[in-house]
Design a protein around this ligand. Structure first.
Ligand code: SF4
Length: 317
């Protein structure tokens, strides 16, 4: 790279041992969090999709966009012919077609509906989400009133609720507590994978006062925890933080919230072209965070755009 210094090592600023990649461009330091880009579950689903597209003669669809990243969706379509559908009805020519279930999962009956139409179904539900679906099913069978802490519109939450036969209550914030029926004395709680633990604790504590028995499965994914810890580390050291990821990505939005809660100014961008350089004009240290569905090449592109801007020289290698 022209005009830059690149090092890789332990995070010498906070004293913890997580590696952060450091760059310098002009007077500005750029620091990329270690846990950035595709998580294990997204990587697995992407690889399954590409392998399926390569091996099948018939059309391959994902149910909904495979991940919350528009560039990846575009490349799946252009390079591998994989498009997405948003409902069972949209699959108008099911014979010989394959439908891939994305990491968020779907209600079990939906898989059956695709199969009944004659399509093959490949289930790429993240195994961690599958565990949460199983807990919801178990709690429902054991006569707990299932409470899902999460966003009621998020596909992951919709799929989990379906495993409780649709008979649970979704709580997104403290304002929703009144939605739990008053006669329910045994509550079984599961959590959307991308939530912030502090917020979940607050809701669980409030629920403890409302029931005789409360059973809680902490189903926040370890990937989420790692990235939110990184967001804290990065936000404490840097004055500005760029969070790269899709606007529809729950975990990406949470990273921006965590970074701002530690005092950094955060910009959530889908691509380097969205970076507001005016906001960075006084920046001395810029941190980069990326959601679990952000490809590495996009992180590299954002880094290079920052380096080119602050060094005044193009990045050549
Ligand atoms: S963030 Fe966690 S639950 Fe979600 S896809 Fe990645 S590994 Fe699975």
């Amino acid at each position: 790279m022209t005009g830059t210094r690149t090092t890789m090592g332990h995070n010498k600023y906070t004293g913890d041992l997580r590696a952060v990649t450091h760059y310098r461009a002009g007077n500005v330091e750029i620091n990329i969090a270690k846990h950035s880009g595709y998580c294990w579950g997204v990587d697995r689903a992407y690889e399954q999709t590409v392998a399926t597209a390569k091996s099948k003669d018939g059309p391959v669809f994902t149910f909904g966009p495979l991940i919350h990243n528009p560039q990846t969706i575009e490349s799946l379509k252009n390079e591998f012919g994989v498009d997405y559908i948003n409902s069972v009805e949209e699959l108008t020519k099911p014979e010989g077609a394959t439908v891939i279930i994305r990491t968020h999962g779907v209600p079990p009956e939906m898989q059956e509906q695709f199969k009944a139409k004659g399509a093959e179904v490949i289930d790429a539900t993240c195994p961690y989400v599958r565990v949460t679906q199983n807990y919801a099913q178990l709690l429902h069978k054991q006569k707990y009133h299932v409470v899902i802490i999460g966003d009621p519109k998020h596909p992951e939450v919709i799929s989990i609720l379906a495993y409780a036969k649709g008979e649970g209550t979704v709580i997104q914030s403290m304002d929703d507590l009144h939605r739990i029926p008053k006669n329910k004395r045994r509550l079984g709680i599961v959590v959307q994978s991308t939530l912030i633990l502090k917020k979940v604790n607050e809701i669980v504590n409030a629920l403890l006062a409302r029931a005789q028995e409360v059973r809680v499965f902490n189903t926040i994914c370890y990937v989420t925890t790692e990235r939110q810890e990184d967001a804290e580390t990065i936000a404490k050291y840097n004055d500005h933080v760029i969070v790269i990821g899709g606007h529809a990505s729950s975990n990406t939005k949470k990273l921006a919230i965590v970074a701002e809660s530690y005092g950094a100014k955060a910009q959530l961008v889908e691509s380097p072209e969205d970076i507001d350089f005016d906001e960075l004009k006084d920046a001395k240290r810029i941190g980069i965070l990326a959601g679990a569905s952000t490809p590495n090449w996009l992180i590299d592109k954002a880094r290079d755009a920052l380096i080119a801007h602050f060094s005044g020289q193009p990045v050549t290698a």
